[in-house]
Design a protein. Sequence first.
Length: 140
Amino acid sequence: MPFTFFSQESSHIARFLEPVLAKCIMYETSSGTPGMLTTHDSKEVMHSQLNDKLRERAVRFVEPLVCSTDAQLIKKHLLQQMRNYSLIIDIPDKMSQPFGKSKRTYSGKACGNDDLIVMLQFNLLAYRRFFSNTKYKAWW
């Protein structure tokens, strides 16, 4: 089932940016609220895109890293989340669910937070959607 990724946060950010003249807010939901529609399939695409970029050695930290807290701590957390993030396959018990299907999930939550690695992947998806959707063409 599709859901809006961070719709409350997206709405809050859109309101915060109202006075900024040069901005583009992506509206990908049917409800007309800011945000991007994500599905299980798009999460698989996000994961695949990041793996491709890592293989190409196209991901790196820039200096100085601009963030609201200690940059070294953010780097440490992101790298740890990257190590913890994985594909989890839940195989149903054939005795209790003889016709159950395996469920694939991407997560790092079993080892703690995964917000930074999810947003890194999400940004790759947003970038692709921004440049492939003609409704944003005026911005590029």
